[in-house]
Unconditional design. Structure first.
Length: 192
């Protein structure tokens, strides 16, 4: 869960969502209340209720009432504008948190991809080295067989070279096996 630290108070994503919903509710109800009061005052849609509440009014009284309602509308607008601005600020902070979270996930994915690419490159180099040593071993083995067939002294040197190459092949195989075990352990750790 991502949090924004401001002094000693931490706001979670859920707190921001709750605050935005509360501000939207307050703004919506305030607007509905003012709009309903305006309609009740200046329309005759409610007929007898309007007459009962406000009586019969002269055009001058209605004009004065509209001026007062204009001032009240300015008051309501002055009250709702900061709420809407606060809602926009909460939305901006929420968007920044989401972007930060997305960037962190992207960074982790990039690091994992780089690690996998590095491992793959190293593995490819080890495999190429292993293949070249296997080819050299085949050549030396063939040369050794020919030297043994003719009872040549170089057969002993070829045997030593063959043993050295076989040792290198075994060493690379052990290194690759250890690396595979480490990668399996890391994969198990990431899953857990």
């Amino acid at each position: 869960m991502q949090t924004v630290r401001t002094g000693a108070v931490a706001w979670s994503r859920e707190d921001l969502i709750r605050a935005a919903k509360a501000i939207m509710k307050i703004a919506g109800w305030s607007l509905a209340l003012v709009w309903g009061a305006y309609l009740a005052r200046f329309t005759s849609a409610l007929g007898p209720i309007h007459t009962f509440l406000f009586g019969t009014e002269t055009p001058e009284q209605i004009l004065n009432a509209r001026a007062a309602w204009g001032q009240f509308g300015d008051f309501v607008g002055g009250t709702l504008n900061p709420m809407v601005s606060l809602l926009a600020l909460v939305g901006l902070v929420f968007t920044i948190l989401l972007q930060q979270e997305a960037m962190m996930l992207s960074k982790k994915d990039t690091e994992a991809s780089q690690k996998a690419l590095s491992n793959q490159t190293r593995l490819s180099l080890e495999t190429a080295k292993l293949q070249s040593l296997a080819a050299a071993l085949e050549v030396i083995t063939e040369m050794h067989h020919q030297a043994v067939a003719i009872n040549s002294i170089s057969a002993i040197d070829l045997l030593k070279q063959k043993e050295a190459i076989a040792g290198q092949i075994l060493e690379i195989n052990e290194r690759l096996t250890r690396q595979a075990q480490v990668e399996d352990q890391e994969a198990q750790t990431e899953i857990s």
